[in-house]
Design a protein around this ligand. Structure first.
Ligand SMILES: Cc1ncc(COP(=O)(O)O)c(C=O)c1O
Length: 459
């Protein structure tokens, strides 16, 4: 019997979208016009868009078919019940509250739960999660294991929360902790997974200190697949069974269905506590909509419901995790410094290590992301000092790392696209001495990375 090493895309392509080829000078002009911030580019000026894996995936024929079945009734729509049943079957949570995307679930949860001066522990808060904690004048405390802070250090579950540090926080500041969160996979720390053992440890601590435990579950299926591949005793279980156990250890979750919901928009808040759910629903009505649509169209609820069924299929997850690993392997082989091992949804280049001549406060991540766009038309994103360096008091300090994330949209690019990306990154890395830092000329007070304007520093 033949054993194949090649892992192929577990789908065939039914509909295509052309990409636009541009010249280097055009990209230089476009970037300057965008204030040297790739978020401000027109997407059609990008050849391969790895800005995010959020909402950028390709939907299946079954999802498009389900969209035609959407029930657009304002209240009690059939599509809501289909959505609720799928989410409940997967997560086991009692209350399922649809939202237009993940940050809406975060805002509603935190605004219903947090008071000024409180502390939210997490392995690593994602930027919107941190911002939604801080806007309530609470502290977002990152407690990822020490290995998770060192890009080159290999660990199978580098997204784990440091249980000893969590215990210390609960001991010292317990009265100020209204909930504990864990992000699966840990996007900010490199798309790294969290083990079941670690989640069980969090559950035990939360039981001991009587704290609710919430998952930021955006990439729960990728996390479940890593558990299957890497955690002892898990290889015989299906990703869905593992995902169910992950959810069963928590009291609720926030979810952006733009990731492992395989949809272009959508999210939800799911939880068991009745009184809290009622407070959240009341807030939902104020800003998102009636509790059976939460800011989504009926057809969006259908797309998410079908997406949540497809995302736990093993051939999909095998291909998904392997394609990210493939790009990672090529960069490692060429000596490009990257977070190791490969994450689930993205490859993270260590711009601070690649560009030691660009100090963190001159934003090496911006220097690298901008060079990738100008040289190759590829759009990645800085996850570093611009994203995390601004302090609540308005001062600035280096972020924990300076990374450029190349996020892989789900089911969108083929292997030849990824080969081109590898060639481009290796080429730009070879010209590293020509890359210069930047300074910010204008920025808003929060979430500055989205809209800040930059200026290249003189050579
Ligand atoms: C870990 C994590 N949490 C929360 C969010 C927010 O989700 P959304 O973009 O749907 O608001 C994201 C989005 O990128 C994320 O990666």
């Amino acid at each position: 019997m033949l054993h194949f090493k090649t892992i192929i895309e577990p789908f065939r392509i039914k509909s295509v979208e052309s990409v636009k080829f541009t010249h280097r000078e055009d990209r230089e002009t476009a970037l300057a016009e965008a204030g040297h911030n790739v978020f401000r580019l027109r997407a059609e000026d990008v050849l391969i868009d790895l800005l995010t894996d959020s909402g950028t995936g390709a939907m299946s024929a079954a999802q498009w078919g389900a969209i035609m079945q959407g029930d657009e009734s304002y209240a009690g729509s059939r599509s809501f019940f289909r959505f609720r049943d799928v989410v409940q079957d997967l997560t086991g949570f009692r209350h399922i509250i649809p939202t237009h995307q993940g940050r809406a679930a975060e805002r509603i949860l935190f605004h219903s739960l947090l008071e000024p001066g409180q502390v939210v522990p997490n392995n690593n808060h994602f930027d919107t999660t941190r911002a939604n904690v801080e806007v309530e004048e609470a502290e977002a405390r990152d407690l990822v294991i020490p290995e998770g802070r060192v890009p080159s250090q290999i660990h199978p579950f580098k997204g784990n929360i440091d249980l000893a540090a969590l215990e210390r926080t609960l001991d010292a500041d317990g009265s100020r902790v209204p909930l504990v969160m864990v992000t699966v996979t840990n996007n900010t720390g490199g798309g790294q997974p969290v083990s079941l053992e670690n989640l069980r440890g969090v559950r035990q601590l939360c039981d001991r200190y009587h704290k609710p435990f919430f998952l930021d579950a955006c990439r729960f299926a990728e996390n479940a697949y890593f558990i299957k591949k890497r955690e002892q005793g898990q290889s015989g279980r299906s990703p869905k069974e593992i995902a169910r156990e992950m959810f069963s250890l928590a009291d609720g979750c926030t979810m952006s269905a733009k990731k492992d919901g395989l949809a272009n928009i959508g999210g939800f808040l799911a939880l068991n506590a009745d009184a809290l759910a009622e407070r959240c629903r009341n807030l939902l009505i104020l800003t998102e909509g009636f509790p059976t649509y939460g800011g989504l169209a009926g057809y969006d609820l259908e797309a998410v419901a079908r997406g949540l069924e497809e995302v736990v299929e093993e051939p999909y997850l095998r291909y998904r995790i392997r394609s990210t690993e493939y790009l990672h392997e090529r960069l490692v082989a060429a000596g490009v410094p990257v977070i190791r091992p490969a994450g689930g949804h993205a490859v993270y280049i260590d711009a601070r290590a690649l560009l030691p001549h660009v100090p963190p406060l001159s934003y090496p991540g911006i220097a690298l992301a901008n060079a990738l766009y100008v040289e190759a038309g590829i759009r990645g994103v800085e996850i570093g000092t611009v994203m995390f360096g601004r302090q609540p008091d308005g001062t600035e300090k280096p972020g924990p790392m300076d990374l450029v994330r190349l996020a892989i949209p789900r089911r969108v690019y083929t292997q030849s696209h990824i080969d081109y990306v590898a060639e481009a990154v290796i080429g730009v890395a070879a010209m590293k001495n020509e890359l210069r830092g930047y300074r910010i000329t204008k920025a808003p007070a929060v979430l500055r990375h989205f809209t800040a304007l930059f200026e290249p520093l003189p050579a």
